[in-house]
Design a protein around this ligand. Structure first.
Ligand code: ZN
Length: 132
């Protein structure tokens, strides 16, 4: 199963909602199923904990709303700010992958000096060209 490109914002307590469809697909039960969280490069990997394999990260459970707390060490490492940054959620081989979402200009892919227009990001350079 592939599952791509849902973007969710990190809330003020450093939590992120795991989409219900994804929780169901992976058979993750809120409050009871421990999930292992670890970093792989710039990706945060969430993996259903199995007692027969060694633990390589923090163990956390989803709360009753399907949210999981991203460990502060992980947030600091990736420079993820609560209530500001968003994460893109993917699914790969039964793992959930969270990747910091970096918005880019829809026209040229630039990531600096972005302005929102009708929900899309446009960079200062493209705005200049459009208004010329
Ligand atoms: Zn642009």
């Amino acid at each position: 199963m592939t599952f791509t490109g849902i973007v969710r914002q990190v809330d003020r307590l450093g939590r992120i909602v795991i989409p219900k469809k994804l929780r169901q697909a992976l058979g993750l039960k809120e409050l009871t199923d421990p999930i292992e969280i670890y970093l792989n490069g710039n990706d945060i990997i969430l993996k259903k904990f199995r007692s027969d394999s060694p633990v390589s990260g923090d163990l956390r459970c989803l709360d009753k709303f399907g949210r999981i707390v991203i460990p502060i060490a992980v947030r600091e490492r990736l420079n993820i700010e609560s209530q500001k940054d968003s994460l893109e959620i993917y699914c790969e081989n039964d793992n959930i992958i969270l990747r910091k979402f970096e918005p880019v200009c829809i026209f040229c892919g630039e990531s600096e000096k972005l302005t929102s227009f009708k929900g899309k990001k446009i960079c200062a350079g493209c705005i200049n060209e459009l208004t010329r």
